[in-house]
Design a protein around this ligand. Structure first.
Ligand code: SF4
Ligand code: SF4
Length: 359
């Protein structure tokens, strides 16, 4: 699932820029999702968190559950939110940026998704996936439990992706305007805001934390008191926000099919032959840069193989070879041959299987 997460795209971006390589199982889809997220945040603020992110959804449900259990008695809004003192809340929000810096730096250095054992999205969708540690699920349970007392704890204080789009969402084009001449100061909008914002206290909601969830607008009893606007000039229908989310998600899906970023490349030092042919092998067993490198190693030792590019997120090896010495059958046989484990010296059978060949 990490292959589709914009956070994976953000973590791998420095490696793509510095070395032209994708990291681990992350590839084009995650990078396209990142581009779509940047555009979405510049247009519709934190609409990704409010309308798309599955972790945000679970966090919100848990917040409501906690509020119901406590009878909403000790909260500042309908979610039973226990908001820390304003200064503490402001400082805690910077923790996300520390997490973000650590994730990006360590992923760049290790060329691995070091954040995976901590990531709620990966843990909730990957179950017993790669790299999950024995403490990963107890840690997730702790965060989810704390979320029942402090709704959106992860989103507000710990999520590195939320930290990354915070400055972008602050300048987002779409905003909520409050018209004081229509507003009756009932403060229902404040009570319904999952982020603990106070639309009733401002003329315009400029906070970078606004999810554009539009709950405040829908709850407001005075039509026209809260208005969604673009550039403070044009009134915009609320449906535009989820519409933008859908359009940009489709863009990310299509965009990822246009761009190819290799996870590993190898080139033979032997002189290149004129009779070079190229073939694409879709290989079962290639799931990440590491397994792709192992598959490529099966071919590197074959005389006549000239160049190999591994696209791990697609499970594809693109191979250039001397057609006077090799053919597709020989490449397939070499890939599907038993794999020698260098450490134990044992042979592993059926590690890779070619499931499709295209030219
Ligand atoms: S809910 Fe509407 S009328 Fe009530 S305070 Fe908010 S903007 Fe004003
Ligand atoms: S309730 Fe209103 S102010 Fe609060 S996050 Fe949603 S759109 Fe923004």
């Amino acid at each position: 699932m990490e292959g589709f997460c914009p956070m994976g795209g953000l973590a791998t971006l420095p490696k793509v820029i510095s070395a032209g390589r994708a990291v681990c199982a992350v590839g084009e889809a995650a990078l396209a999702a990142l581009v779509a997220l940047v555009v979405l945040s510049l247009l519709a603020r934190k609409a990704f968190c409010g309308w798309f992110c599955p972790v945000g959804l679970v966090a919100e449900w848990l917040g409501r559950l906690g509020a119901r259990v406590r009878g909403k008695k000790c909260g500042v809004n309908d979610y039973g939110m226990l908001r820390p003192a304003q200064g503490v809340d402001w400082w805690l929000r910077w923790v996300r940026l520390v997490v973000l810096a650590l994730v990006v730096i360590f992923t760049w250095q290790a060329s691995e998704l070091v954040f995976r054992p901590f990531c709620p999205y990966y843990l909730m969708t990957g179950f017993v996936g790669h790299d999950i540690a024995s403490w990963s699920y107890p840690l997730l349970a702790l965060v989810l439990l704390a979320t029942t007392a402090l709704p959106l704890l992860w989103c507000r204080y710990l999520c590195p992706l939320g930290g990354a789009i915070w400055p972008l969402s602050g300048v987002g084009l779409l905003r909520l305007d409050r018209r004081p001449e229509v507003c009756n100061d009932c403060r229902l909008c404040d009570r319904t805001c999952p982020q603990g914002l106070r639309p009733s206290a401002v003329k315009q909601v400029t906070s970078g934390e606004c999810l554009l969830c539009l709950r405040c607008l829908n709850r407001c009893p005075r039509p026209g008191a809260l208005v969604l606007t673009a550039c403070r000039k044009w009134k915009v229908p609320g449906a535009v926000v989820p519409g933008l989310v859908v359009v940009l998600a489709l863009f990310a899906g299509l965009g990822s099919s246009w761009v190819w970023i290799a996870s590993y490349e190898w080139e033979s030092s032997a002189p290149q032959q004129a009779a070079t042919e190229q073939v694409q092998l879709r290989v079962q067993g290639v799931k990440c840069a590491h397994s792709g490198k192992k598959a490529a190693a099966q071919l590197e030792k074959i005389p006549g193989v000239q160049r190999i590019e591994v696209f791990a997120s697609r499970g594809i090896l693109r191979v250039s070879y001397d057609s006077t010495r090799l053919d597709e059958r020989a490449l397939r046989q070499a890939l599907e041959a038993p794999l020698l484990d260098q450490e134990s010296g044992s042979l592993h059978f059926g590690v890779f299987k070619v499931i499709d060949v295209t030219r």
